[in-house]
Design a protein around this ligand. Structure first.
Ligand code: GDP
Ligand code: MG
Length: 446
């Protein structure tokens, strides 16, 4: 699946401490293949990769502490934009219902795409969730029993349908629906139009004629997500001819590869507002670009971790520390800085839960009796030392240790624990240096 492929690519990126421009480009090649395999339209995929690459190979990303994660965040943000997200929390773009009643919603799309079903689903939603009076009318005079189908669904949805009058043409039915809605104080009129097996001129002419008499507030294109690349072509044709305001993707409960959803916004310029997820009348979900993007990347909490890290870690500090560690110089000033960074990122538990490779480090720390409370004590102890003492711990004789313990409200044995931990860590650093520097460390942790 798309999300599996991308997930693997991003796990690899995230796990990296340093990234070269070439690493990003390699990863983007994989993303591009994944998108194309998921049926994303070629120009859409190309455009996406271009945008992401341009942002991701910038100095500020590559030279940051967590370049892999930042790249993943850029991809995520771009995915949300590609899915047509709004500024809102989940990026969902709601129906526009606050116009002068009767508000008209016109449903368009190919035959079999799920227009009639989606019309009834929306009618039910408008009645139940928005508390408004809805009415539905079928303008499908091509298919036998199409109007009866809507009447049956209307009964299930407890939404009125316009009485059927034999022999009327779509434009006449639309006019009659509006008149009836005004008389009966209906808030929202849903017009279910006819479809064809293929896009043709007669169909488009009919849609335009209906739109001009009904002046719809919403024109929703209903597309079957299972038709993949075809869905994209259909969307293109409709959006060239009628003023769409949004898209409903049906059969998202099937094994659609996701590409249709990703291409829709780019091709129509309009957001996906709902997803059909079954045949039943309540199988309609508000479409949330942010959640979908996250599901695609399979990234869970990583986005928020990246945001936290960007806020709290001072890049220069971390780079300096890395350099000193690589040289085997690691004093108590460095240890203190490192512990501060851990704390500001939410403590040990949170780090370990989120970052690949941190699980082992956490286990090691816990084994040495360290928890978040200990972190606070350790910081107080090192804070009671002078900068000189931190740079050269050997200065800390018995008398000085007593002073530090009193200053930090701890015992001399606690001060000794910090010193011991530092000794062990610097010994480990020296070993790492012998093993080949930070690469060796990454291998050990990972
Ligand atoms: P129309 O020709 O565009 O009006 O399509 P219909 O609304 O008649 O739907 C055609 C078929 O697709 C019907 O059997 C529906 O029950 C089914 N259908 C519509 N939407 C969905 C959906 O989201 N999921 C599934 N599984 N089936 C759907
Ligand atoms: Mg129909």
């Amino acid at each position: 699946a798309l999300s599996d492929r991308l997930g693997n690519t991003f796990d690899r990126l995230r796990g990296r401490g340093a990234l070269r421009e070439q690493d990003v480009r390699d990863a983007m090649r994989e993303v591009r293949i994944a998108l194309l395999e998921a049926d994303v339209a070629l120009p859409v995929a190309r455009d996406f990769i271009e945008k992401v690459t341009e942002k991701a190979v910038g100095e500020s990303v590559l030279k940051s502490v967590t370049p892999g994660q930042q790249v993943v965040k850029i991809v995520n943000d771009e995915l949300v934009a590609m899915l047509g997200g709004s500024e809102g929390e989940d990026g969902h773009v709601p129906l526009t219902l606050e116009a002068k009643p009767p508000v008209v919603i016109m449903m368009v799309g190919l035959q079999g795409s799920g227009k009639t079903t989606s019309t009834a689903k929306l009618g039910k939603l408008i009645r139940e969730k928005h508390g408004k009076k809805a009415m539905m009318a079928s303008l499908d005079v091509n298919r036998p029993a199409a109007q009866e189908q809507l009447a049956v669904l209307g009964e299930q949805a407890q939404v009125d349908t316009l009485p059927i009058v034999e022999g009327q043409q779509p434009v006449e039915i639309a006019k009659r629906a509006l008149e009836s809605a005004k008389l009966r104080n209906v808030d929202v009129v849903l017009l279910d139009t006819a479809g064809r097996l293929h896009v043709d001129e007669a169909l488009m002419a009919e849609m335009k004629a209906v739109a001009s008499v009904a002046t719809p507030t919403e024109v929703l294109l209903v597309v079957d997500s299972l038709t993949g690349q075809d869905a994209v072509n259909v969307a293109q044709s409709f959006s060239d001819e009628v003023p769409l305001t949004g898209v409903i993707l049906t059969r998202m409960d099937g094994d659609a590869r996701g590409g249709a959803a990703l291409s829709m916004r780019a091709v129509t310029g309009k957001p996906i507002k709902f997803a059909g997820v079954g045949e039943k009348l309540d199988a309609l979900e508000a479409f949330h670009p942010r959640r979908v993007a996250e599901r695609i990347l399979g990234m869970g909490d990583v986005v928020s971790l990246v945001e936290k890290a960007a806020e709290t870690i001072k890049v220069e500090e971390a780079e300096l520390l890395a350099k000193r560690m690589a040289k085997g110089q690691f004093d108590l000033n460095d240890l203190r800085m490192q512990l501060k960074q851990m704390q500001s990122m939410g403590g040990l538990g949170m780090l370990a839960g989120m970052m690949p490779g941190m699980k082992k480090a956490k286990a090691a720390m816990q084994a040495s009796g360290m928890d978040d409370k200990v972190l606070v004590h350790m910081d107080a102890i090192m804070g009671s030392m002078t900068p000189k003492e931190r740079a050269n711990p050997a200065l800390l004789n018995a008398k000085r240790k007593k002073r530090v313990a009193a200053g930090s409200g701890t015992q001399v044995q606690d001060v000794n624990k910090v010193l011991k931990m530092h000794q062990e860590m610097s010994r480990a650093m020296k070993q790492i240096k012998k093993m080949g520097g930070m690469k060796g460390l990454a291998a050990m942790l990972g």
